[in-house]
Design a protein around this ligand. Structure first.
Ligand code: AMP
Length: 391
């Protein structure tokens, strides 16, 4: 995020329910079925956030961020809540990271947001496929919606009960259906790409051209509509073959009308959100080695007097910037050494009766196995010199 010059934003875990109902859309799955909604003591309806785009835009408008600069590039890493049936890759409290570029309608920002997601997945060695589409805008989408609805009416008997219902309220969502029968039917559905108005078509072609320019591979999928109502023009999704039924790594798109829908001035924007748990599932499957960060020093004390000395030393080594720990259970030297290993300590400092008497500590470099006698007065310098301090 830093490389792409996005800045962190943190918003509250809950918002007024109306924000999501107005922002995401009443007849989406999220708002219709999945929100954790409750009344507070003042009888205000609140909802644990199911996603971050609406809260970020709410915050952008409330704090007049447009006055700071015509473009705000924001990111978040945060828990989300959806009341779904838990299964592999689908949790009720899960985490997303994501970004929002708010204020401008340049197709370069669509491409930048996609490129940022690509760089993150690539850096983590995750193979993915990128699907992209344009869902048009309120100018051109209604004509498509009508045509699609007519098509769905003609195929009504072959559709699932869910899709038969959605056909009325949100026919585009039928294209999203996971039901195999629905998928077969909608293969022959009209394509939104044949209905785009000139500005939407140009925008879409520009985004694709920019992705070509930077070597990002994608598949255009005219059935990709995503589950939220606020999208306009670009919609995209990253899919992983290493995930099961829940194969979406992340998704996003442009939402030029959301700010206005929430009572602000027209403010074009584009964003992306990724599931962190799904990322971890794929990384684990790939045998990704998670970097194991150990501590710098473990202090091993052999008797009460040594423990007293060690406790003071612990404090001063920590003040000098080292990550240091000690045994609090009064265990044997063997158990303490095992603990030092378990904590992946780089150095172990051993203090006993003899060390106190001679004012020299036994210092063991756990990585190379060497042992040194170091004078108490020199101990801190010795450790600091031998351990690169964390930034
Ligand atoms: P969405 O806003 O629904 O497109 O969600 C964006 C991403 O968040 C998805 O592609 C998933 O990776 C992740 N995600 C969504 N819902 C869940 C969930 N219930 N549990 C875990 N990850 C989720």
């Amino acid at each position: 995020m830093h490389r792409f010059n996005y800045h962190e934003i943190r918003t509250p875990v809950f918002e007024e329910t109306a924000l999501f109902a107005r922002g995401i859309g009443e007849d989406t799955d999220i708002v219709g079925k999945e929100m954790y909604t409750f009344l507070d003591k003042g009888k205000t309806s609140l909802t644990l956030r199911p996603e971050m785009t609406a809260p970020v835009v709410r915050s952008y408008l409330q704090h007049n961020l447009q006055h700071q600069s015509p473009l705000q590039k924001l990111y978040y890493i945060a828990p989300m809540f959806r009341q779904e049936r838990p299964q592999a890759g689908r949790l009720r409290q899960f985490h997303q990271f994501g970004m929002e570029a708010i204020g401008l309608d340049s197709p370069r920002l669509d491409a930048e947001v996609i490129a940022l997601a690509v760089q993150i997945y690539t850096a983590l060695d995750i193979s993915f496929s990128l699907k992209i589409n344009s869902v048009g805008d309120p100018g051109c989408r209604p004509a498509y919606r009508k045509e699609l609805q007519a098509f769905l009416v003609s195929a009504f008997d072959d559709l699932s009960a869910d899709s038969q219902r959605r056909m009325e309220t949100n026919p585009l969502r039928v294209l999203d259906s996971k039901d195999p029968g629905d998928r077969e039917v909608t293969k022959a559905a009209p394509s939104i790409l044949d209905f785009l108005c000139e500005p939407c078509r140009t925008h879409f072609n520009d985004v694709l051209q920019l992705l070509d320019d930077i070597g990002v591979e994608y598949t255009v999928d005219p059935r990709l509509v995503r589950g939220l109502d606020y999208y306009t023009k670009t919609a995209f999704e990253f899919i992983s073959a290493d995930l099961g039924a829940q194969d979406a790594l992340g998704g996003g798109g442009r939402y030029d009308n959301l700010a206005e829908q929430l009572g602000g001035k027209p403010t074009p924007a584009v964003g992306f959100a990724a599931g962190i748990e799904r990322l971890l599932i794929v990384m684990e499957q790939n045998g990704f080695e998670f970097p194991e960060s150990g501590i710098d020093v473990f202090l091993v004390a052999l008797d009460d007097k040594s423990r007293q000395w060690a406790f003071r030393e612990l404090y001063s080594l920590r003040s000098a910037g080292l990550a240091v720990d000690i045994d609090y259970a009064g265990r044997s030297i063997k158990a303490q050494m095992r603990e030092a290993n378990r904590q992946r300590a780089r150095f172990v400092v051993i203090i006993g009766e003899e060390e106190l008497a001679t004012e020299t500590a036994s210092v063991k470099n756990m990585q190379v196995g060497e042992q040194h006698k170091v004078n108490f007065d020199d101990l801190q310098r010795f450790l600091v010199d031998n351990i690169p301090l964390a930034p």
